[in-house]
Design a protein around this ligand. Structure first.
Ligand SMILES: CC(C)(COP(=O)(O)OP(=O)(O)OC[C@H]1O[C@@H](n2cnc3c(N)ncnc32)[C@H](O)[C@@H]1OP(=O)(O)O)[C@@H](O)C(=O)NCCC(=O)NCCS
Length: 326
């Protein structure tokens, strides 16, 4: 039995922050940002919006496409590192917002790999008989964890949410496999130092800006390209495929240079790779479901297509998923 994606949905906040806007905030310029990252603009959540609001809209859109009601959903998994609260899980808040009364709901923290980790988890639940229909969501309000005076990081990230409905299927289409990896030795290259149990909230911590994302970009870059390539090859090899068999590669959207370097190493042509990082920047756990939804609604995902997805993020975590589109 395979588990398939029967609906996709996404929500991007209305407010657009362009590179020209950032030029007024920090010492940067459009040319640098476009040349180093490919990012032209990103979306920023409105003051009244947070992660569960965006996740709920994306979820409703995915359920509408699937023709599934909230009451039918058995589980909700949200991949996020910017939940509404440190606890409880944002997935529980989404459950209440959409009225998925019988679902069990939990968050999964795997940074930019959060969506594939969540997909893998829900896939395993359904395959083992613990539910028939799941919502898998990637949603982030990263704009609230960014130091808007730090040009090294603030140009890279944005907010948004994407969701898919998973259902047990009877044919051989759907999720072929997921491959997950982690290495905690790289913690300090990409993380948010405060305010968890190690550095609880304090005035001194605020002064030291521990509440903001910290990153050593060039170190992350190198490991990201290597890991994305390896985990993609792992997925293809597991089924005897090569990059020539891939209809569409839908990678985590961190930086155009990372995507292009990875696609080149994999031997993928430009038209085989879906890129939308120029419009949204890096929305961490949200990038892949948003990209999937855009590609799906644009008619780019056809029945029988082989879809490869791969992600890399803080932890470090990295992961891939291979799907035969239904
Ligand atoms: C962040 C990133 C774009 C920086 O590009 P880079 O080519 O590695 O640039 P460096 O970090 O070496 O910095 C080069 C110079 O640009 C400067 N710079 C950094 N941000 C800048 C900005 N927004 N505008 C202008 N200059 C900037 C740096 O200060 C540095 O100046 P210096 O040489 O005088 O010290 C790149 O490393 C990257 O994308 N890394 C991966 C990030 C990522 O995707 N993380 C999430 C993974 S899920």
């Amino acid at each position: 039995m395979r588990v398939r994606i029967t609906g996709t949905g996404s929500y991007m906040p209305e407010k657009i922050l362009t590179n020209a806007d950032l030029e007024k905030m920090v010492d940067t310029n459009n040319e640098w940002i476009v040349a180093r990252t490919g990012i032209e603009e990103r979306r920023i959540a409105a003051e009244h919006e947070c992660t569960s609001d965006m996740a709920a809209v994306a979820a409703r859109r995915a359920m509408e496409m699937a023709g599934v009601t909230a009451e039918e959903i058995d589980l909700i998994v949200v991949g996020t590192i910017t939940g509404d609260y440190p606890w409880p899980a944002t997935a529980c808040i989404v459950q209440a917002k959409i009225g998925a009364k019988k679902a069990f709901a939990y968050d999964l923290s795997a940074a930019c790999s959060g969506f594939i980790y969540a997909l893998s988890s829900a896939n395993d639940f359904i395959r083992s008989g613990h539910g028939k229909k799941a919502l898998v969501i990637g949603a982030e309000t990263l704009s609230r964890s960014i130091d808007w005076t730090d040009r090294n990081t603030c140009v890279l990230f944005g907010d948004g949410a994407g969701a898919v409905v998973l259902e047990a299927g009877e044919d051989d289409t759907g999720i072929l496999s997921c491959h997950l990896h982690s290495d905690g030795n790289y913690l300090e290259l990409l993380y948010q130092p405060g305010f968890g149990a190690k550095h609880p909230a304090s005035a001194a911590g605020m002064e030291a800006k521990l509440q903001f994302l910290k990153m050593q970009g060039n170190e992350v870059f190198k490991v990201a390209v290597r890991s994305l390539t390896e985990v993609s090859i792992e997925a293809l090899n597991a089924h005897g495929y090569t990059s020539k068999d891939v209809s569409l590669f839908v990678p985590h959207q961190a930086n155009r240079r990372i995507l292009e370097a990875t696609a080149k190493r994999l031997g993928l042509a430009d038209e085989q790779t879906y890129i939308n990082v120029h419009k949204y920047g890096n929305t961490s756990g949200a990038t892949i479901p948003v990209a999937l939804d855009e590609a799906n609604r644009a008619g780019m995902l056809k029945s029988g297509d082989l879809i490869l997805s791969a992600a890399f993020g803080g932890g470090f975590t990295w992961a891939s998923a291979l799907l035969r589109w239904t």
